[in-house]
Design a protein. Sequence first.
Length: 123
Amino acid sequence: MEKQQMILIAGPYRSGTNDDPALIEKNVHFMHEMALEVYKKGHLPVLGEWFALPLIATAGSRQMGDEIFNQIFHPVAVDLISFCTAVLRVGGPSNGADEMTSTGQAKGKIIYHDINEIPDLRN
């Protein structure tokens, strides 16, 4: 029997948005939709943003891409991979999401490129 996995959803956050908040929200919404699909299959989804953004705000970041943002945003997601079973790479071009995927590979994690590759524990 397949085991439940904790799966990091790796997709574009700022990529291709020119830091437009509406486009960033669209990217986040897409990752949330993928997280829900992972959950419906019986696994625990996580996004680095869920951990990083509250820390960034509390640390006093004034704008996306400032020093505080950059010190926390990707490093938190990289750290999170150690606790995950797998990475699901979704969405379009993104250096950050590609970094999460390659880091996951280097750490021996399962890498999924399609939601349908993930075992469905509920059926």
